[in-house]
Design a protein around this ligand. Structure first.
Ligand SMILES: Cc1cc2nc3c(=O)[nH]c(=O)nc-3n(C[C@H](O)[C@H](O)[C@H](O)COP(=O)(O)O)c2cc1C
Length: 156
């Protein structure tokens, strides 16, 4: 799956007054009506444990210039919120300023599969902006460019 080029996002949550967050690329769209997305978190991540307890999370889809944010939120045990600019969702969750999308979700289902906990989140709020996305492939970050090919008929 390392050869399956993905975009990069940060998932954030809050539990007992403490913010948690980590870099992910397991983000997938699941349903449109109602809007539901899915994320898959390794057992034992601080963010996953906090998310299990809180039942809410937010997603920040990173832009091409936010590689440093992706690295900051992937260092194990590292401080995540000491540096950087953050906005808040309506529900009060921290999201990354300048991210292409900021999405707030409530957990509607969750499963343990293998060594991961899979969360299904129903979207309760969303903001988005145009911009070049941050990509990840074979362990390296890069830019996901718009090649100006014809859009699919269902694109938005
Ligand atoms: C590009 C990228 C994508 C990642 N995607 C995931 C993911 O989808 N699920 C996961 O559990 N870890 C993923 N990781 C690893 C976590 O970001 C990393 O283990 C993090 O330190 C966990 O944070 P925490 O334990 O402090 O919450 C990814 C790392 C990178 C660099």
């Amino acid at each position: 799956m390392g050869r399956f080029l993905t975009r990069v996002a940060v998932v954030t949550t809050e539990h007992e007054g403490e913010r948690h967050g980590m870099t992910i690329n397991s983000l997938t769209s699941i349903s449109l009506e109602p809007p539901i997305l899915m994320i898959s978190l390794n057992f034992g991540t601080r963010t996953g444990d906090a998310l299990l307890a809180s039942g809410t999370f937010a997603i920040s889809v990173l832009g091409a210039k936010q590689e440093a944010v992706a690295r900051q939120f992937a260092v194990r045990g590292g401080a995540r919120f000491d540096a950087g600019d953050f906005d808040e969702t309506e529900g009060g969750l921290a999201v990354i300023s300048g991210a292409l999308s900021q999405v707030e979700c409530k957990v509607v289902n969750q499963y343990e599969i293998g060594d991961h906990q899979v969360f299904f989140g129903q979207v309760v709020g969303c903001r988005d902006r145009d911009g070049e996305g941050l990509a990840f492939n074979a362990g390296k970050f890069g830019a996901f460019r718009d090649f100006h090919h014809d859009a699919m008929p269902w694109s938005f």
